[in-house]
Structure formats: C-alpha cells, structure tokens
Ligand binder design. Structure first.
Ligand code: MIG
Length: 665
C-alpha cells in the first residue's frame, strides 16, 4: 500500500507516474516537522534493523552508520567519507519488524542521516518544506521495492548488443585507434560488441559534431565497424560550446533554450569546450530540440550514447573566473606573506564550486526557477530529452542510452554508469554494493568502469573485476587518458581474458532473460541476500555477495593475492566454476565454504532445483546461438526455467512468443 503526503508546493519532478491521492494528516511512521525552517523527518530505527536504498552512494548495501547528501556532484574520489556522488535516489527501505519504503520526491539538496549523528536515529532533512513523501507498506522488502518501482514506471531496457562486452578509453582519437582495438580483440578471440567514443571524436568538444579531419566519412566508418559486428557509442556532454556558426549554439541562443542569469541573459559556464552555455533541460521545448540533435549521429548509423558532465559539472563560470582574477590581482599587489598558500588555494577552489548553482535559472512553464532548487534533476532531464526523442522517432528500435547523473524517474529513459572510480580492489566491492542499491531505485542497466577509471590498473585486478563484471548488465572496461593502458590485450596471456569475457556470452541467455524479466515485472535483477532470506541471521549481514535473478548467487573475489574466498550459502547450492579447461561443478550444503578461484576462473552459485541455461561461447551477441543450450543445475526432482529471448532491438517485450519454459528432470 502506498500513501502520498504533500508538504508545501512541491516541484513536479516526474519521478512518479502513478496517480495517487494526497492523504490528509501525517504518516504513521516517524515524526515530521515541516515549516518555514525546512523539512525534518525523524524515525527511531529498530535495533539491528537494516536500512537499504539510496541508489548510487558510497559504503555498503546496508546504509546504516553514515550520512548521505543528495547533491549531484562530479566526484572522482569514491571514498568512504564522501557524502555525494553523481545521482540523487531518495528512496529508503526500512528493514526490521515495521517494514516500509520512503520516497522523498524533492529535487534540491537533501540529507539522509542514517544513524550517523545518533546510532539509532534516522533523519531526512532539506531546506524547503516543499515535497511529496510516499510511504510504502508491504509484506517484504522485495514487495515494497516492487510497489515503488511500479509507481515510478518501467525501467529502461537496453538493446541486447549492449549486454555484450564494451571497450572504452578516454583518448581514442583517430579511426586507426578504434580499428586497433577492434582488430586486436578479434584476432585474439576476445569477445567484443561495442567500442566507446570519448570526447576526442568531436570537433573541439562540440556536441553532435565529428572531427572531419579524422573522420572524413563518419557514416562509412560506422558501417565498417558494423561489418565487424561492433557498435560505436559516442559520448555527449551537457555544455554547449559558445562558437559562432555552430548550429546548437546559434539555435539555442535564438530560441532561448539556455539557462539564464538573474536578468534573463544566457549564463556563461565552462567545461571541456571552453566557455559554454547549458541547455535548459527543464523546459519541454528545449528538451525536444536537444533530443532531435542526437539524430545528427543516429543518421550516421550510431545506435548508442552516454551522457556525461550532466550534474552539471562546471569547470568554472564567467563569474567565478572573474572573481579569481580580481583576487589574484589583489594578491600580487601586496607583499608575500606566510598565509599566501592558504589564500591562493582558497581562491582557486572557488573556481569550481557549487556556489554557481545559486546563480542561474530555468524557465519552467514561464516560471523562473533557481537551479539550486532543482539541481538534482539536470542529468535526468538531459537523458529524458534523448530518451523521449528515441521513443518517438524509433518506436521499433532500442537505442543504448546511459548517463552519469540521474534522479529517480530517469530510470525509464536510460541506465547509468557508476562514474569515475579507481583501479582499487575496494572498488570491485563498491561496484557490487552500488549495483544492488541501484536496482532498488530502478536502475537495472548499470555497471562500473571495469579495471578502474582513474589510477593504474594491474592484470590481476582487471581479471577479478571482469569476473564480477560478467554479471552486470553494462559490462565496460573504461579508463582515463593518463592511466596505464588497460585493454585486455595489454597484459600477458590474453587468452585468460578471452575466457573470462567468454563466460559472459555463455551466460547471456540467463542474464538477458533475468534483466528483461526484472524490468517487465518491476523486480530486482540484483538483490541483497537479506531480501531472499530475511529469517537467516547470517544471510542478512552479507555485504559481498548478491542474488542474481531467479536462481543465481554471485560472490566475486575482490582482494589482492587471494586464492579464493569464503562464501556463505543460505541454502544448498551448486558451485559452478568456469575454468579455461571446462566447467567444474560441486554440490555444496548450506553454510560457510572456502572456494578456490584462480585469476582466470569465474565462480557462481546456482540454487538447488534451479536451472542455468548456457550458450556456447561466442565473440559477439549477434553470433550467440540460443537454440542449442546446455542446462546446468543440481536438480533432484523437476525444475523449470522461464527464458526470455527476442530479436534484441524491437520493443515488443510482452509478446508471448518471447517466453519459453525450459525443463530439467
Ligand atoms: O572531466 O570525457 O566520467 O568517463 O572519460 C572528465 C572524459 C570528463 C568524465 C567521465 C569519464 C570520461 C571523461 N569525463
């Protein structure tokens, strides 16, 4: 059951699509103060009861013990002490006896103190008491999650090729760079479906342009890649370069589609292209206009995009740069002092600060709205612009779309990647925990930069990460330009990489089925063990394993120099290990086990009486043979599996012909 409460005058975020009546009075759960001072929700948590949700945040699956701030930020250090990352997913799930879901639909900055200030106290606060609060009651956490998902709409479903493996790196510039990646992968028989194009493909970082010197015949290049069964996925940034003659700039100016300063003049920002203007994605017309711009690339055969820098991330604004110049002039005009260091550093930091968000405005149906008040919607609305256009222009074709920044509601239009992580062992674990939490908030199509974006990776780290990445819907190796190269073929024994990534393709009949079924049923693809085994006091504490779909449990190795790991089995399961020499299967009783896993092996667990269908190895999704499946399972009686398969690109998900029952006895 869902109850909706309204405080003040909430901004229409579009997160919720269900039409629900507003209740009188206050919810029965927690205490609320809503007045001119702001909004303050507090709730005394049951001892030992877990709190889940919040989507893209640092720390564990159980969110207790830290505070989190919804304030979308370009944060490249995903450390334990951070409070904000790129997205705002204001949905909490309270475990314990009184189970409930709480969704705070508020697009400005919001703080979730989950036992940080006082161990047993949960508080949710924001500056303005203008929001909708949804309280969801249900029998189980999974049920509550499903209700939440139903009210916020069906999760985006990616084309099937986008569940293949993708290679990316900031710094591929010329066609030769791309050909080298593709040809090396193909010659070493390492599977590959997509190569990502980072900002260097553009002409001077201008969205929807392609550097003509490097790509004189871009459509031909895209076609050539398609013959190699490769999809190219270009990046789109939020800021539009200020440059005379550039259509996006000129039209945006003319039609008034950019965010403005207090006086209504376009607001100067800066990002990779230098000075930019930021489209006002809150405006329906501007969204429609911007969405149509993607056709410059779809017309050339492109069928996938990733939206970046849309928190929005601003290197500086004209104002903050001007302020710095004034400070520096003053600084130079006086004698050197001991405190110079601090003064200088302080001035520099002001260049790139969230202060800018207070100084520009959106036009929402004729009403001027300060960015600060709706900050967390920006990346969502940018991606919605593209998503709505694709639905309209290509009703019979899925386009890959994912974003860095998001808010609940964006999950209907695209997925997200987990941003600028590092080549750290702890970030394999964070990848798992974040994926589980993101699933609760509707983001099923997600994955992290495998191998790590920042810092230098190592062969063992990349292999272990890939062995977890074979389970995430988005499976992409991406890294920053100034780090050690991390394409699989840069390391010794590339056949080990071919094997590990090959397992992904063997698992695709299952992974794709579970992914689409989860989207269609508003269900979870990844779940904490606590959702499936709420009565098991060991299972509810597990933070480094996850349930995956109908019958699988994953337990990646995420520590250096490990021979394997300890795993907790809440029930009898079949341990399956994919080794280069074949599949090893071992029936295991519930309890704790140590499993040995070599660097070139992929471990997984299949629940007893469940079936895992396996395809033969393939080097691209297109080459996958789903008619000849091998069935794996520890089945003593009869077991059934509902498999979903379609052409991978049309949108007729409900067609009964896509479902078939597989039996094993
Ligand atoms: O300021 O486009 O998160 O994936 O490689 C950095 C360059 C901008 C941030 C993205 C990252 C991408 C990078 N971008």
């Amino acid at each position: 059951m869902i109850k909706k409460y309204r405080f003040g005058h909430p901004f229409e975020t579009g997160a919720v699509i269900a039409d629900l009546p507003v209740r009188e009075g206050l919810p029965e759960i927690g205490e609320i103060r809503a007045d001119a001072e702001g909004f303050h929700f507090s709730y005394v948590m049951e001892k030992d009861a877990a709190v889940y949700g919040l989507g893209e945040t640092v720390r564990g699956i159980n969110k207790r013990g830290w505070h989190y701030v919804s304030d979308n930020s370009d944060e490249s250090f995903h450390l334990e002490d951070k409070t904000s990352l790129y997205s705002a997913h204001n949905f909490l799930l309270l475990g314990g006896r009184q189970k409930a879901g709480l969704f705070f639909d508020y697009p400005g900055m919001m703080t979730f103190d989950v036992g940080y200030t006082r161990e047993d106290l949960l508080t949710v606060t924001c500056e303005r008491a203008d929001l909708d609060l949804y309280v969801i009651i249900g029998d189980s956490l999974r049920d509550i999650c499903r209700s939440f998902r139903r009210m916020t709409g069906r999760s985006y479903i990616a084309p099937k090729w986008a569940l293949g493996y993708g290679q990316s790196r900031w710094g591929y510039v010329t066609p030769e760079d791309f050909h080298e990646v593709v040809d090396t992968y193909r010659s070493l028989h390492i599977p590959l479906d997509a190569v990502y194009m980072d900002i260097d493909y553009m002409e001077r970082y201008k969205d929807f342009t392609v550097n003509a010197e490097n790509f004189p015949d871009f459509a031909g290049f895209v076609r050539e890649m398609k013959t190699k069964k490769i999809h190219l996925v270009p990046i789109i940034d939020a800021g539009i370069k200020q440059e005379k003659g550039y259509d996006v700039f000129e039209e945006g100016l003319e039609k008034g589609y950019f965010v403005t300063d207090e006086e209504g003049k376009p607001f100067d920002t800066a990002c990779w292209p230098g000075l930019t203007y930021h489209p006002d994605f809150l405006k329906a017309d501007a969204r429609r206009w911007f969405g149509r711009k993607y056709t410059a690339l779809t017309d050339k055969g492109i069928d996938g995009f990733w939206n970046d820098m849309n928190e929005p991330s601003l290197f500086y604004t004209k104002g903050s740069m001007e302020k710095l110049r004034i400070n520096l002039r003053q600084f130079l005009s006086k004698p050197a002092e001991d405190s110079d260091y601090f003064e200088l550093m302080g001035s520099m930091r002001g260049l790139r600060s969230r202060e800018a968000y207070r100084h520009f405005y959106h036009d929402v149906d004729g009403e001027k709205v300060c960015h600060e008040d709706i900050h967390n919607l920006y990346g969502y609305m940018m991606t919605r612009a593209a998503g709505e256009t694709f639905e309209e222009l290509f009703p019979d074709r899925r386009i890959l779309l994912f974003s860095r920044s998001s808010y609940v509601g964006m999950h209907r239009y695209g997925g997200i990647w987990q941003g600028d992580n590092k080549s750290w062992w702890s970030h394999i674990l964070l990848n798992l925990q974040m994926s589980v939490s993101l699933n609760m908030t509707g983001f099923l199509y997600t994955g992290a930069d495998i191998g790590g974006f920042g810092s230098d990776t190592t062969r063992d780290l990349l292999l272990r990460w890939l062995a977890f990445g074979v389970f995430t819907p988005l499976m992409r190796n991406h890294s920053a330009w100034d780090t050690r190269r991390q394409e699989c073929y840069r390391f010794e024994r590339p056949e080990d990489f071919a094997h590990v990534i090959g397992v992904r393709y063997r698992l695709l009949p299952y992974l794709y089925s579970e992914y689409v079924k989860a989207a269609l049923k508003d269900d979870l693809y990844f779940r904490p063990l606590a959702f499936d085994y709420p009565e098991d006091s060991m299972a509810v504490r597990v933070e480094d394993q996850a349930m995956l779909g109908d019958g699988l449990m994953v337990a990646p190795v995420y520590t250096q120099n490990a021979a394997g790991r300890y795993v907790y089995l809440p029930e009898d399961m079949l341990f399956v290990k994919f080794t280069p020499d074949g599949i090893i299967r071992e029936e295991m009783a519930s309890g704790v086990h140590f499993i040995s896993v070599a660097l070139n092996e992929v471990p997984l667990f299949v629940k007893k009486e469940h079936i895992l269908p396996l395809a033969s190895p393939a080097e691209s999704v297109e080459d996958l043979d789903e008619d000849n499946l091998t069935l794996l399972g520890w089945v003593t009686g009869k077991a059934e599996y509902l498999m979903y398969s379609d052409d991978g690109y049309t949108r007729e998900y409900e067609n009964p012909a896509h479902f078939r029952v597989i039996r094993m006895e």
